[in-house]
Design a protein around this ligand. Structure first.
Ligand code: ADP
Ligand code: ZN
Length: 823
């Protein structure tokens, strides 16, 4: 049944501004019928005009302030569904984000239409055209305007010779000035395509007028036979093609290009027929398919070791979704690193796949978004923001490598894609599948509590063994070296590398290093000083010569000797990928070495180039950071060496052990995916650490149990709640004062005395953040932590509300109720 909304005279509009409220605007009578929720509008805001999204119709104007009116409607029909609006409004509330900033995610940036001055054909102009009264030289221009109003710029570009005539046409009333939508702000990529004109009689033309024109005849036959063809594929815009167009036999038009159609990924290998599923895969698929068919919002955790066939399960589940006539959404951590999944999707589903990610040019992103909006595309794949893709008939959401930190958005609207996907699945009535070889602790714990249904794939496909993992104890290794010599490659790793190269195998050397390396650790035994209260690594502050805990601000003087082994050399960590490349080159001068890290990834296409070289076998040794740990599949890689397995263990974060186990297990999974058995060498100072030892047996469960105990002991998530508050400002004193005020407020709201932290509720800090100064701003942080979720969140919310008030000058406050990266 159609419901007619009463003619709206007022609407609530979400604006992309850091104020947590919707704004009421009047709707001019001319727009009353069309300004509906989900349409974008241009509105006056202060002295500016900005684009916003109509969220709801409303009856009453707010009492205070004068009511302003919408200036323009930017979308003739809604582009954001009511469900998406509901989702984003709720998500904004969850993460303490101003509602307008969250709703801005629903449309791709750069897609807001712009208006330009231009011209429209008047009724009189139309009449002149029909009667043939217009000057012949002006006919093409008027005909073009008869289709749609055009901007002045476009007209002048297309008809440069008639530029001078515009004024006369205006004066004579054939044209009227008009504001013209120039469509999307960014250019949408397109290609010229030729097709047979409607109503053209190809056979008659070939027998008649084209009997002698061989080139034209051949071209026409080909277009008739092969359907619409890109002009480029026909050898470009030839004279023959022009002639066919002039004879009204062929039409040449612009077709918007999907990313898949642009051949943006060269990896699709046209997979053969899908394989027969293993019984384990079958079991998992049956459970998921059943939920798809029943339209049930059941959540699954697909826990399968690397190479166990998870991707194949996703592909089949997508097939089942399409068979139900519904759409599927697949999230991947970072699309540039997941080309193989995209390629497999493309190979199986072809152009039905839309790809959405941040490295697309704005025009490309908009094109993909539109293809989805029209329902033409049934599958969307993309990084976390693809969660907002306009899929009106969603039947399945898959999150691959669900444990990846990149699913958390760290700016503005700080949502976690995993959480939001759960909400979206519930709204759509469809299952959610989280897949990983090393599930996030939260996910595994949710499965334990029955909030997720656990599906396991414990074996590799084809009975292939998991690679043998050798753990090298660097402390012992170091004892054999002269004092002060830097240890880079242990004898075991160097030997394995030599053997692999001699055997014409490939190797990946992995340096687990994040852009933060001022931890102090013992040069002899690898021990790093930790906080007595928080069990996280202390961070060295050069300016004050202190080691400090970034959770509770406990601090000590840097010890002269190691507190574990008594050795006198303690050192700051810092071995980079470049140094490692040098070392490998020195030892293996003939090896072909490539590097992949954050620096090289800056160059568009570089990552793909290096990975393609590895796949093609033109690289022997790939040296890289955690970027290369992701789900690649390189059959030629026999050896994976981890140069410093504990580096991420010293990261000042309660998730350091989890990250370490995940990274090591993922990199270990890179080895031996082809025919030959794989081999992994891990170098570490702490071979018996609970995050490192289980890597040898690929034993997730043992790690999970130990880690859960640690979390429980200190009340860290998922066994407690943590809210991270970061205050930054150009002046140290003012920044500190704001932070102090927030700590007091948090204690008051949470009902705690400032110096009486309890396991249920505690406010830690304020104190300097691990990166205490960034881009000329001082950074101070505090943590609200405890087992009493209600109190922790209430305090967090109060602080967020304080943050949204606009009386803070240059000081900014950021409140994150689900912190993933706390630098
Ligand atoms: P994962 O995603 O768990 O790492 P994949 O789905 O990529 O695993 O599977 C690993 C390899 O095994 C791929 O090359 C895939 O094509 C192949 N594969 C998957 N399922 C089967 C199957 N049932 N039979 C044969 N090969 C399979
Ligand atoms: Zn501490």
């Amino acid at each position: 049944m159609l419901r007619h909304s009463p003619p709206a005279s007022l609407v609530q509009v979400a604006l992309p501004v850091p104020v947590d409220t919707l704004f009421t605007y009047a709707v001019p009578a001319a727009l009353a019928a069309t300004a509906r929720p989900g349409c974008r509008v241009l509105v006056p805001f202060g002295a500016r005009r900005i684009a916003g999204l109509v969220v709801a119709l409303c009856k009453e104007a707010p009492p205070e302030g004068k009511l302003r009116a919408i200036e323009r409607l930017l979308d003739p029909t809604p582009v954001v569904s009511p469900g998406m609006i509901e989702l984003l409004v709720a998500a904004a509330r969850d993460v303490f984000c101003p509602v307008g900033l969250a709703l801005a995610c629903a449309t791709p940036s750069g897609s807001t239409p712009r208006a330009e001055p231009g011209f429209a054909l008047t009724a009189r102009g139309r009449e002149a055209l029909v009667r043939g009264a217009a000057a012949p030289a002006l006919r093409p221009l008027l005909e073009w305007l008869a289709d749609a109003p055009r901007s002045r710029r476009a007209l002048e570009r297309r008809f440069p010779a008639q530029r001078g005539a515009l004024r006369a046409l205006l004066r004579d009333g054939l044209l009227a000035a008009a504001a013209v939508e120039t469509g999307a702000a960014a250019r949408v990529p397109s290609e010229r395509v030729a097709r047979i004109a409607d109503g053209a009689d190809v056979a008659a033309a070939l027998a008649g007028p084209l009997a002698r024109a061989r080139k034209q005849a051949a071209l026409l036959e080909r277009i008739a036979r092969e359907g619409p063809l890109p002009v480029a594929a026909l050898g470009g815009a030839s004279e023959a093609l022009r002639q066919l167009a002039a004879r009204n036999l062929v039409v040449v038009f612009d077709r918007e290009l999907g990313v898949m159609a642009q051949g943006a990924n060269g990896l699709a290998d046209g997979e053969a027929a899908p394989p027969l599923l293993t019984p384990e895969q079958e079991q998992a698929l049956v459970a998921i398919t059943e939920a798809i068919r029943a339209r049930r919002d059941e959540r699954f955790l697909l826990h399968g070791v690397t190479g166990s066939g998870k991707t194949e399960v996703y592909l089949r589940a997508i097939e089942a979704t399409l068979a139900e006539g519904r759409q599927a959404l697949v999230l991947v951590p970072e699309i540039t690193l997941t080309h193989q999944l995209v390629a497999r999707l493309a190979a199986r589903f072809g152009e039905r796949v839309a790809v959405l990610h941040s490295q697309l040019r704005p025009g490309e992103r908009i094109a993909e978004w539109r293809r989805l909006l029209g329902g033409a595309t049934r599958i969307a794949v993309g990084a976390r923001s693809a969660l907002f893709a306009p899929l009106d008939d969603l039947g399945l959401i898959v999150i691959d490598e669900e444990h990846e930190p990149s699913y958390k958005n760290e700016e503005g609207f700080r949502y976690h894609a995993r959480d939001l996907a759960g909400r979206r699945a519930a709204l759509a009535g469809c299952p959610l599948v989280l897949g990983s070889a090393t599930p996030a602790l939260e996910s595994r714990f949710a499965a334990e509590r029955g909030e997720l249904r656990l599906l396991s794939l414990p074996h590799r496909i084809g009975g292939r063994p998991l690679p043998a993992v050798e753990i090298v104890d660097l402390e012992k290794e170091r004892a054999t070296l002269p004092r002060g010599r830097r240890l880079v490659l242990s004898r075991a790793l160097a030997k394995a590398l030599a053997e692999t190269l001699a055997d014409h195998g490939q190797a990946i050397l992995f340096l687990n290093r994040r852009g933060f390396s001022t931890r102090i650790f013992c040069f002899q035994c690898g021990h790093a000083e930790r906080c007595r209260h928080c069990d996280i690594s202390l961070v060295y502050h050069a300016s004050e010569q202190k080691l400090r805990c970034h959770y509770c601000q406990y601090e000590i003087d840097p010890p002269d000797t190691c507190s574990k082994c008594g050795a006198p050399d303690t050192a700051l960590l810092g071995l980079g990928t470049e140094r490692l490349v040098e070392e490998v080159r020195r030892r293996f001068p003939d090896a072909r070495i490539a590097r992949l890290d954050r620096d090289t990834a800056q160059r568009r296409g570089e990552t793909e180039r290096v990975l393609a070289a590895l796949a093609a076998g033109t690289v022997d040794v790939l040296v890289g950071t955690q970027m290369i740990a992701k789900g690649h599949h390189f059959p030629g890689v026999r050896l994976v060496g981890v140069v410093s397995a504990d580096q991420s263990l010293h990261f000042p974060d309660f998730r350091a052990a989890e990250r370490t186990f995940q990274l090591l297990t993922q990199v270990a999974g890179r080895a031996g995916r082809g025919g030959a058995p794989g081999r992994v060498v891990l170098q570490t100072f702490v071979p018996n650490h609970y995050a490192i030892r289980p890597v040898r047996e690929h034993d997730y469960e043992t790690f999970y149990r130990s880690e859960l105990e640690h979390r429980a002991a200190l009340g860290y998530p998922p066994l407690g709640r943590l809210v991270h508050v970061l205050v930054s400002g150009p002046e140290e004193a003012a920044t500190g004062a704001v932070a102090e005020g927030l700590a007091t407020l948090a204690c008051r709201v949470g009902g705690a005395a400032a110096d009486a932290p309890s396991p249920a509720f505690a406010v830690l800090g304020p104190g300097p953040a691990p990166i205490p100064r960034l881009r000329d701003r001082f950074r101070v942080q505090l943590l609200i932590k405890g087992g009493d979720e209600k109190r922790v969140l209430a305090a967090g919310r109060a602080l967020a509300e304080r943050a949204h008030r606009r009386d803070l000058g240059d000081v900014r406050i950021q409140v994150d109720p689900n912190p993933v990266n706390m630098l």
